[in-house]
Design a protein around this ligand. Structure first.
Ligand code: HEM
Length: 219
């Protein structure tokens, strides 16, 4: 008996999960879903998981303080064992996630899979798209070098020009209507806690809806 079977038996005796696993494995998907374009959502999710694992490793060494952030990135890249590899994986998985989410959205759009009854899941998807962009932006700011400081200034100060609420919005999310150490601390909090938690919760809702509604097959 394989180790997996033994583990499932052990859990089944305590939680009765065998029937749930079997139902999940036997769930039929339409024949059209063998087309690789249907993998794009899964690729985005896989990239997200790589981001979580490598991000936890990076957080062990990164210092979200204006005086030390840049230096800590240098230490990760040149001094920490495998630091450069983990940092590159984090960088590239982030790019893959953005590309996969965009292509996945185009696949859903061009196949008309957003139509009734999947409108709500499309909206959850839009929120996931915005969160994915915010991941990229907040992560880039954490490098705290000249280029990232410049990019952060442009993006962060843009909402300040919103009518009436502009300055308030910027202050709530970033501390001050200027790029300071406090901005870095808040972007760090967004990048490592708030956005991952929100994205993970929305992904679970997204997947539950796909499960409930099945994959659309309009081809
Ligand atoms: C982190 C971002 C996302 C992840 C991990 C994700 C994941 C998935 C997965 C695994 C599926 C199953 C089918 C497939 O992969 O094509 C799916 C379906 C779907 N997704 Fe996403 N998705 C994301 C973002 C989006 C975005 C940005 C949109 C649209 C704005 C969207 C709209 C939909 C819709 C409507 C379906 C149902 C499609 C069908 O039934 O054929 N998703 N998603």
């Amino acid at each position: 008996m394989s180790l997996t079977t033994k583990l499932i038996d052990w859990l089944d005796e305590r939680l009765g999960i065998r029937s749930d696993i079997e139902r999940a494995l036997r769930k039929m998907v339409p024949k059209q879903a063998a087309n690789p374009v249907y993998c794009l959502g899964g690729v985005a999710f896989l990239a997200f998981l790589v981001e979580v694992v490598t991000g936890i490793a990076l957080a062990r060494y990164y210092l979200p303080d204006a005086a030390f952030a840049y230096e800590s990135v240098r230490v990760i890249t040149y001094e920490v064992p495998l630091g450069s590899l983990v940092r590159s994986l984090h960088y590239w998985a982030g790019n893959v996630m953005i590309a996969a989410v965009l292509l996945h959205m185009l696949r859903v759009y061009f196949m008309g899979a957003y139509r009734k009854p999947r409108e709500l899941n499309w909206l959850v998807g839009v929120a996931l798209l915005l969160l994915t962009f915010t991941f990229g932006f907040s992560g880039y700011a954490l490098r705290w070098d000249v280029a990232s400081y410049g990019a952060t200034s442009v993006v962060v100060l843009a909402p300040a020009s919103l009518p009436f609420a502009g300055a308030w919005v910027v202050r709530v999310f970033l501390g001050e209507v200027a790029i300071t150490g406090e901005t870095l601390t808040r972007l760090y909090f967004l990048h490592v806690f708030l956005i991952p938690m929100a994205a993970f919760t929305l992904m679970i809702i997204h997947f539950l809806m796909v499960r409930r509604q099945g994959i659309a097959s309009y081809m």
